[in-house]
Ligand binder design. Structure first.
Ligand SMILES: *Cc1c(COP(=O)(O)O)cnc(C)c1O
Length: 725
């Protein structure tokens, strides 16, 4: 592993470009993005906006020239100052309100989606974790992330001519990624030893910066590890059950040991989904080792631990056989002062066999939440069996609805418009609904023209991608059409992009092809659909959905008005969530725990058409989009495909199309009104700042005070036998 050579390439005068490139803060600063564009516009596009790659590839002569260019230097100096100010700032929301808190919140997650140039995420869960870190940084919340580096990179999606998803693995090159190795006091690579079953696995540590927040990432591709141990951190969610279990041992137990090695002072532990739940066992082990009973240790750990569950879909909860657990933990449970049966009981869910990671986390963390109001309800019922013995009908699980990091997801032109109409500094008060009332004063023509430009930008991006793929010989002509080459920039464009898990029902809109075709081919009011999304590499059902859509996309009978775009990732997502006209979501309720892509669209003024599920049950207000179906469905109820598809067609034909094409003065005023209502009503309630503040107020601060009182609780007075007796 060679050190990045960027430092050596940069002239002294602009040396701090390196600091900017290595802190993802740049990705939510329009001025920083401009600066890297100015370094090299083609590289900016070719690297999919990766400053570290740009700085390592751009000719040194160009860097020398920039170091003498007064215009560039002025921008550079301003930006360096802005970064310094951001990093040093003490009067943040958190700093002002809770100056007494010195310790950190340790946020454990198997994935983090900060930016496309660091592919350690797969989908919604990771991007949520990334947005959480960014908002924590903006608000000054002292948080550190704990996760994994995945050296074999993430799976990329290619679609073969037959429409079948092919999985392409692209190894990551860490020497040109915005990550840095963590060294020990002697200047050597910090290597931890983590017990995984009977072996000691060596774990290297990397650090990634997201503003003020540091993410520490573990990596087992280390010399000295047996090949099967090196593979532990190969890739996200890859491999068999044993490998998954080994990953989770490293994430939870290794994660805690890493924080100790780094001497990070932590008072609160937050497990983002069950993958990291072993962290709670490791904390109990530490306390037991210092002399506490298991019961006392477990109580103290629970009081200071937060657990967020992210899905009601059974496959989303890891279950391991007790034999596997025994294989890896038989030397571990004695250190908790537990017998095998007591230990196994921690991971059991009544009515199910095996060891359930979510059950473990629910038992060992006392601050538990789902990710939307509806998901909270569903979770309370779903996990009730864990509390059966206590005679309660539901589980003590609350909810904190997910949000999105506005500075990451809102198009910069819209941000500028908001600056103009909401007043500078609105970002500081973005979760105050009153701030957003002024959205109504944006002139219709202004908002519509921003949207038209964003839509054009999306179509340009699409064609550029396609042209390249075609020229590289990866794609046949009919595939080029199927991927959107003859989409019509004027037509009502409906976007559907998300993982192709079966409960998301990507093919629902294809149920009545006759009715669909009539909408698509209407001469005056045409509709078109843009699909994107990956299926899990082992999920043939999901791949079948993709194939079905792909075949229609290539079928001349549908006029090129259906497109399936390859390789949905954060980069493509950004273009999609501001570039289409309407965002569609039609999961099988109540299986969408929250769904965040619709929020990303909504804050860009793209109305949602969605099944009443997840966040939309709270978000829909009758004026900001369309809601179909009932929010009452229960887990395991029969699918409602026929009724939901019919409602979908009725809504598009009867309400969406007429509103979009009704343009008395060239502008669809009714539609624009809905766009404004979407921005106004959804931004303050579903921004990540609101979410993080809720985590602080309802979880982190109570957990922190528990930690403080645990530490300061006086030792019980010893009873001394009076000597005169
Ligand atoms: C936002 C996002 C998701 C999550 O979208 P959902 O609506 O929750 O399914 C998944 N993938 C990417 C690339 C995203 O940007």
């Amino acid at each position: 592993m060679s050190e990045p050579t960027i430092k050596a390439r940069l002239p002294e005068r602009i040396a701090r470009l390196e600091d900017i490139a290595f802190n993802f803060w740049w990705s939510w600063q329009p001025e920083a993005r401009d600066l890297f564009k100015q370094v090299d516009l083609s590289l900016w596009a070719d690297t999919q906006h990766s400053p570290v790659l740009i700085l390592s590839k751009v000719p040194e002569a160009r860097l020398q020239a920039l170091a003498r260019d007064p215009g560039f230097l002025a921008r550079y100096d301003k930006l360096v100052e802005a970064l310094n100010r951001y990093l040093d700032r003490w009067d943040t929301w958190f700093g002002r309100n809770h100056p007494q808190v010195k310790e950190r919140v340790a946020y454990f997650s198997a994935e983090f989606g900060l930016h496309n140039s660091l592919r350690i995420y797969s989908g919604g869960l990771g991007i949520l974790a990334g947005d959480h870190c960014k908002s924590a940084s903006d608000l000054g919340v002292p948080l550190v992330g704990v996760g994994f580096m995945y050296p074999k990179g993430h799976v990329q999606q290619r679609i073969g001519p037959d429409g079948w998803q092919q999985n392409v693995y692209e190894a990551a090159d860490w020497s040109v990624s915005p990550v840095r190795p963590v060294l020990d006091a002697a200047g050597q690579r910090l290597i931890l030893k983590v017990p995984v079953g009977t072996s000691q696995v060596h774990v290297a540590v990397w650090v990634v910066l997201a503003g003020r927040v540091k993410l520490y990432l573990m990596d087992t591709h280390v010399e000295g590890n047996a090949p099967e141990d090196q593979e532990i951190s190969d890739r996200l969610y890859g491999g068999d059950r044993a490998k998954r279990l080994r990953q989770e041992v490293v994430l939870g137990i290794g994660g805690v040991r890493m924080l100790r090695a780094l001497e990070v002072p932590v008072s609160v532990y937050h497990a983002n989904e069950g993958h990291a739940a072993f962290l709670f066992l490791e904390r109990i082990r530490e306390m037991v080792a210092s002399g506490k009973s298991f019961r006392d240790a477990a109580r103290e750990v629970a009081e200071t631990s937060v657990f967020t569950t992210h899905t009601p879909v059974p496959a989303g909860h890891d279950v391991f056989t007790e034999e596997m657990i025994a294989e890896y933990f038989k030397d571990y449970w004695p250190s908790l002062k537990l017998e095998r049966e007591e230990f196994m009981g921690l991971g059991r869910l009544p009515g199910q066999s095996g060891w359930n990671m979510t059950a473990l986390a629910m038992r060992l963390a006392s601050l538990r939440n789902g990710v939307s109001r509806r998901h909270g309800q569903v979770s309370r019922k779903m996990w009730a069996p864990l509390w059966e013995g206590e005679g309660r009908g539901d589980a003590p699980i609350g909810h904190i609805t997910n949000g999105v990091h506005l500075a990451t997801w809102v198009h910069r032109d819209l941000l500028k418009t908001l600056d103009k109409h909401l007043g500078e500094g609105w970002g500081e008060r973005q979760d105050d609904p009153a701030v957003w009332a002024k959205v109504n004063s944006i002139p219709d023509a202004e908002l519509w023209s921003v949207h038209q430009r964003n839509k054009a930008e999306f179509f340009r991006y699409l064609r550029r991608r396609l042209r390249r793929r075609w020229m590289e010989g990866h794609t046949e002509a009919s595939q080029v059409v199927g991927q959107g080459a003859i989409l019509d920039p004027e037509a009502l464009t409906i976007g559907f992009a998300r993982r192709f898990a079966s409960y998301k029902r990507a093919t629902l809109v294809l149920r009545d092809l006759g009715r669909l075709k009539a909408m698509l081919l209407d001469s005056w009011k045409p509709v078109q659909f843009v699909f994107a999304g990956k299926s899990h590499p082992d999920d043939d059902l999901g791949k079948g959905f993709i194939q079905r859509i792909y075949q229609l996309a290539r079928d001349p009978a549908f006029g090129g008005r259906i497109a399936f775009i390859e390789d949905y990732d954060m980069h493509l997502a950004r273009y999609l969530v501001y570039g289409v006209d309407l965002w569609l979501n039609n999961p099988q309720p109540p299986l969408e725990a929250c769904g965040t892509s619709g929020i990303k669209a909504a804050v860009n003024g793209i109305p949602n058409l969605s099944i009443a599920d997840g966040w939309w049950v709270e978000g829909f207000n009758g004026l900001n989009g369309w809601s179909i179906g009932s929010a009452e469905a229960q887990v395991g109820a029969p699918p409602t495909d026929a009724a939901d598809a019919a409602a979908l067609y009725d809504t598009i034909e009867g309400l969406v199309v007429p509103l979009f094409y009704d343009r008395p003065d060239g502008i669809p005023t009714g539609w624009v009104k809905m766009m404004k209502e979407s921005i106004r009503s959804i931004s303050p309630r579903f921004c990540a700042n609101r979410m993080v503040r809720e985590y602080v107020d309802r979880c982190y601060l109570p957990a922190h005070s528990a930690y403080t009182s645990q530490r300061t609780a006086p030792e019980p007075e010893p009873y001394v036998v009076p000597s005169w007796k």
